[in-house]
Ligand binder design. Structure first.
Ligand code: CP
Ligand code: NVA
Length: 309
């Protein structure tokens, strides 16, 4: 329709330009400081579809929607007809008639892309098997709080599984151009296409040596060895990932003043030791808090798109 604005989805970090991502991070900081009092979600409703468990994502989106003046609805896939086989495309078109934005956490990334394609309202990715963009936005906010607003001069290490969070870090290095080294066991590397794209605009290295990855890095990141949906592979993964634990010795090999990040939930004694998780370099609870601020900023950005013009 003439004059109609394209709706904005946030399925992956590259859906937004670098300037837009920086604007979201700036807005999130203003929100955290209490400098933002607007209610862009007033009278609006956020539908939140979950086919996987969640503590942080569910609660931070729910609280965030309320703080922006809106109303969230938690939709467990177990309870809605989607879980009984109603097609995603029908769910998308029905929910678009009721709510003003959707957040979804599920398995296949293609399901989220289909939901977004058939929805007439913004869709936000709250984690798929491929990506976890809201998490990495919170991680970037935490990194900015500890270092510099300009993320491009950063060196970041990822230790362990080349999973959804790792892939979103690759997307972040694609957009911001910072150096990223991933130490993954053979066969557990990141998505090949996402890796290639990131290599086009940033220095990205994949190694099987955690010490090589952390050398000079100011940020050391890890995540669970078996993600949601991979529970049955836990034994096999624990054997493959034995050398990929973040402990004090590995943190010492990173840059002086390096911080430790983990999206949580964490498995103490597996991917990270208790001492690192609870130690002075750990920023895990700031990271968790920042989910709230950054997601509010994303919500405000996608719902306000095209308004006031
Ligand atoms: N980090 C994260 O997404 O946590 P939840 O699984 O609790 O939402
Ligand atoms: N990689 C983890 C992240 C959990 C927030 C998973 O997908 O289970």
């Amino acid at each position: 329709m003439p004059g109609q604005r394209q709706k904005r989805d946030f399925l992956a970090l590259p859906d937004f330009s670098r300037d837009e991502l920086e604007a979201v991070l700036d807005l999130a900081r203003r929100m955290k400081r209490g400098e933002y009092r607007e209610m862009p979600f007033a009278g609006r409703t956020l539908g939140m579809i979950f086919t996987k468990s969640s503590t942080r994502t569910r609660v931070s989106f729910e609280v965030g929607a309320v703080q922006l003046g809106g109303h969230p609805i938690f939709l467990s896939a177990r309870d809605i007809q989607l879980g009984r086989g109603e097609p995603i495309r029908d769910t998308a078109r029905v929910l678009s008639r009721y709510v003003d934005a959707l957040m979804i956490r599920t398995f296949a990334h293609s399901d989220v892309a289909e939901l977004a394609h058939f929805s007439t309202i913004p869709v936000i990715n709250g984690l798929t098997d491929l990506l976890h963009p809201c998490q990495v936005m919170a991680d970037l906010m935490t990194v900015r709080e500890n270092f510099d607003d300009d993320l491009s001069s950063l060196a970041v290490a990822w230790i362990g599984d080349g999973n959804n969070v790792a892939n979103s870090w690759l997307n972040a290095s694609f957009r911001f151009g910072f150096e990223l080294r991933l130490a993954c066991p053979e066969g557990y590397g990141p998505d090949a296409e996402i890796l290639e794209r990131a290599r086009g605009s940033a220095s990205v290295r994949v190694t099987d040596d955690p010490y090589e990855a952390v050398r000079g890095a100011s940020v050391v990141n890890t995540d669970v060895w078996a993600s949601m949906g991979q529970e049955e592979e836990h034994g096999q993964r624990a054997r493959a990932f034995g050398r990929f634990q973040v402990d004090d010795a590995l943190m010492k090999a990173a840059a002086g003043g390096a911080i430790f990040l983990h999206c949580l939930p964490a498995h103490r004694g597996e991917e990270v030791t208790e001492a690192v998780l609870e130690g002075p370099r750990s920023r895990i609870f700031d990271q968790a808090e920042n989910r709230l601020h950054v997601q509010k900023a994303i919500l405000a950005t996608v719902v306000a798109n095209g308004e006031g013009e």
